[in-house]
Design a protein around this ligand. Structure first.
Ligand code: NAI
Ligand code: MG
Length: 348
């Protein structure tokens, strides 16, 4: 038996940190079935070379030959580039990776203590404003831009179920719905109601009876709790855009975006992905933090059921952060990317 893993480093520091994820998996030995890696291309550089940011061949190999994948980052320009479309946003849609699961956990100074921050952002991954239906009109009052925001019952239900399933597997078993239905009562209202309904729909099985449910308006959730009392959160479930912003904000609580992993999960495919972007400001300096990528590999393995391997990687990362001897500058250290990778591999 083997595990075929697609590797898509993408652009920028993706190229520097994704090899670390591969090394970590290889270091596990027999805790995972024989891993085989397939190198695949996507991203802005790919677009400038081949005229597409996501070649059909990349999608085909992922669908037909890979059991899972790890994606680095892409350098999407902030201006509109004709013919370009963000490959990660497109990949999530084409592989129906409807959930983006982002655990944000601080490392406790004492391994026997609970971490201060231990939450998971479960972000809807296929709709909301990211359906990218935008239009620009010229009116007598100047330019007018519009975007469509799509929220469906189906997508809200399956992301809600994912959030409840994740909460069920955690000690606190608590879900907070994040929304803004006081203003957007139709779209966010549908999201909120659909997620709220989930325990009721499952009442005959009693599946979610032990999961507690709460809700918060997104802005006060950030101000009142996330920044002041992040301990109250266990699982936060949110529409796409809020989830994107919340998870970057939560990353600040644990010291760096360079620590936070994610998986894009569907019913048939799992793709690990560090939450950070391509970080052009530190590109080529060998100081990008590889831990988010390494943890993304672990999270991917966990979702695939290789819990022992995932635990070994996570423990190694926690030890390296706790000891604080070799850390990259984003965490206050003087270490190089390659030195941090070495330290983690040694621990594994
Ligand atoms: P970014 O996440 O790339 O960087 C934000 C800040 O965090 C920068 O100062 C960067 O140096 C730092 N940082 C990020 N990852 C780090 C790591 N592993 N180690 C140390 N420091 C790290 O976000 P930014 O600067 O807004 O975007 C840069 C490019 O990345 C853009 O083209 C954007 O479109 C793209 N991007 C791609 C994402 C993806 O592929 N999923 C997600 C977010 C941004
Ligand atoms: Mg983001």
């Amino acid at each position: 038996q083997s595990l075929t893993i697609g590797l898509i480093p993408g652009d920028g520091i993706g190229v520097e940190v994704i090899p670390a994820a591969k090394e970590a998996i290889l270091a596990l030995g027999s805790d995972v079935p024989r891993p085989e890696f397939v190198d695949l291309v996507a991203g802005f550089e790919c677009f400038t070379r081949h005229g597409t940011a996501l070649p059909d061949e990349t999608v085909r190999v992922l669908e037909e030959e890979c059991d899972c994948a790890i994606f680095g980052a892409v350098s999407s320009p902030s201006r509109k580039v004709v013919g370009y479309s963000s490959p990660i946003v497109d990949l999530r849609k084409r592989l129906d990776l409807y959930a983006n699961v982002r655990p944000v956990t601080s490392v406790a100074t004492d391994p026997n203590q609970k971490p201060d921050v231990d939450l998971v952002v479960v972000r809807e991954n296929t709709e909301c404003l990211y359906v990218k239906q935008e239009e620009l009109k010229y009116t007598e009052n100047g330019k007018e831009a519009r975007a469509t925001r799509l929220i469906t019952e189906r997508a809200s239900r399956r992301i809600g179920q994912m959030a409840f399933d994740i909460a069920k597997g955690r000690p606190r078993k608590h879900v907070t719905i994040i929304h803004k239905s006081n203003v957007l009562s139709v779209t966010d209202g549908l999201f909120r109601e659909t997620v709220r309904e989930i325990p009721t729909l499952a009442q005959f099985t009693g599946k979610y009876d032990d999961v507690e449910i709460a809700e918060q308006i997104v802005d006060s959730a950030v101000y009142r709790y996330l920044f002041r009392e992040p301990q109250i959160y266990d699982v936060m479930v949110a529409p796409n855009l809020y989830g994107d912003i919340l998870s970057d904000a939560a990353a600040a609580l644990v010291g760096s975006l360079g620590l936070v992993p994610s998986v894009n999960a569907g019913d048939k495919f799992i793709m690990g992905e560090p939450v950070h972007g391509s970080a052009p400001d530190i590109l080529g300096l060998n100081i990008a933090n590889p831990l988010a990528s390494i943890r993304s590999a672990a999270l991917m393995l966990r979702f695939l059921g290789y819990v022992k391997g995932a635990d070994r990687i996570d423990r190694a990362v926690d030890d390296v952060v706790r000891e604080g001897v070799v850390l990259t500058p984003d965490l206050g250290g003087k270490g190089k990317t390659t030195e941090v990778v070495e330290a983690v591999l040694k621990k594994i």
